[in-house]
Design a protein around this ligand. Structure first.
Ligand code: SF4
Length: 406
């Protein structure tokens, strides 16, 4: 982790066999967008997210039908050999659903509680206590997940009033940030009073503005040692969501803050939900915290690459490695550390290729139509002809077999 601050100390939490916090790797998680009551659709999407690399998957539990579906989803996943921990996302009536559906309470690996909407105002304390008692009864951890879209109004109003009467009032935004943090810390303190250990509590304080998110988590991280779940809520669609999430989470991770991350992307209609998993993995891998996939280094191309051979090969290699990885991980231990370079011309091609495990420098415009290939820094071949891409893919496969095969 060259350049990163040392990791903030946090108490590790066991979420269905996946450790979050402590000295453990930063965990990638995601959330389904199916109706949980639709057992088949939810099972299928959890399996897709897991196959893409999600180490924990959260599902909405919003009514009796979805609570009743949870144990069936868990069983169908287990029947397919998928042991990914399932987290139940509860709002308003979580205490009731977990009480009325013991099989659901048992099947879930963690309960997500939003302190801003635990039941209804007058009974909020009792209902929060009920949720924590159920977590104790079933020996489950909880995430106390504050979201500024559903912040505890009473707490915010009290802090606003105190600020208005303070000798040196701070900005409304600062009061709101403080309310978010206090909501998380007061709830966690209450959970501990009821008997839940610190090794059963994860906190999150999500907002949708990048600068606010960074400020909130920096403050929260300094004030406790609970494991922290990071995420920019309502990050948005496409490149906007990816850039905003990466900017916010990248800065916090670089400061050693964060034990598990979720990238909350809004998929295109009918779009691929697994994108959020890939972005989370790429963020952690790009920053050097974890390795999930072989790295393909490719130059951007320029006026020296007028043919499409270069872009096509770079994409083919990237796709080939990505789609093959689930099987390769079993067959070739350590293959995720592989680095491949696909370069467009002689300017940076040979140099970059030498830095990779295996690299190819395609000929740019006006260059001799030959593509030198480098393996572990040495030139080993020069490929020619219309099928250079296929020849190189065979060389990559041979390299993987030799280096990572048993
Ligand atoms: Fe252009 Fe060559 Fe640099 Fe690629 S390596 S960007 S083709 S000059």
């Amino acid at each position: 982790m060259a350049g990163a601050a040392s990791r903030r100390h946090s108490v590790g939490v066991n979420v269905g066999g996946v450790m979050v916090g402590g000295d453990n790797p930063i965990v990638v998680q995601s959330m389904t967008n199916t109706d949980t009551a639709d057992i088949e659709a939810t099972t299928r999407q959890v399996a897709q997210l897991w196959r893409a690399g999600s180490e924990i998957v959260r599902i909405t539990v919003d009514r009796d039908e979805s609570a009743a579906a949870v144990p069936h989803i868990r069983d169908r996943l287990l029947a397919r050999g998928i042991t990914v921990p399932l987290v139940g996302d509860f709002h308003y009536i979580g205490h009731k659903l977990l009480t009325d559906h013991p099989a659901c309470a048992e099947a879930l690996a963690k309960y997500r509680i939003n302190p801003g909407n635990v039941g209804f105002k007058a009974k909020r304390d009792t209902q929060f206590s009920t949720l924590i008692e159920l977590a104790l009864k079933y020996d489950k951890p909880v995430r106390i997940g504050v979201n500024w879209g559903s912040l505890d109004e009473e707490l915010l109003t009290r802090l606003m009033d105190e600020n208005a009467n303070a000798a040196e009032p701070v900005s409304a935004a600062a009061v709101q940030r403080e309310a978010i943090i206090q909501s998380a810390l007061l709830s966690a303190g209450r959970a501990e009073e009821i008997g839940l250990g610190r090794d059963k509590i994860i906190l999150s304080t999500k907002v949708s503005d990048v600068q606010s998110l960074i400020a909130v988590y920096q403050d929260l991280a300094a004030r406790c040692d609970y494991a922290l779940h990071l995420g920019l809520t309502e990050a948005g669609m496409g490149s906007k969501g990816i850039v905003a999430s990466s900017a916010a989470l990248g800065i916090l991770l670089q400061q050693g803050i964060g034990d598990t991350i979720r990238i909350s992307l809004t998929p295109e209609p009918g779009g691929d939900r697994t994108q959020e998993v890939r972005v989370a993995q790429e963020l952690l891998q790009t920053m050097g915290f974890r390795q999930f996939l072989p790295v393909v280094a490719a130059c951007p191309g320029c006026g020296r690459t007028t043919s499409t051979t270069f872009q096509t090969l770079a994409k083919e290699i990237q796709d080939h490695l990505t789609t093959s990885m689930p099987d390769w991980k079993e067959k070739y231990p350590g293959v995720e550390t592989l680095s491949v370079a696909v370069m467009g011309c002689i300017v940076n091609g040979p140099g970059e290729s030498k830095h990779a495990n295996i690299g190819i420098s395609l000929p740019g415009t006006g260059e001799t139509p030959a593509a030198p290939v480098f393996i572990d820094g040495e030139k080993v071949a020069t490929l020619r002809g219309a099928d250079v891409a296929d020849q190189f893919k065979v060389m990559v496969a041979d390299y993987i077999e030799k280096k990572f095969g048993n």
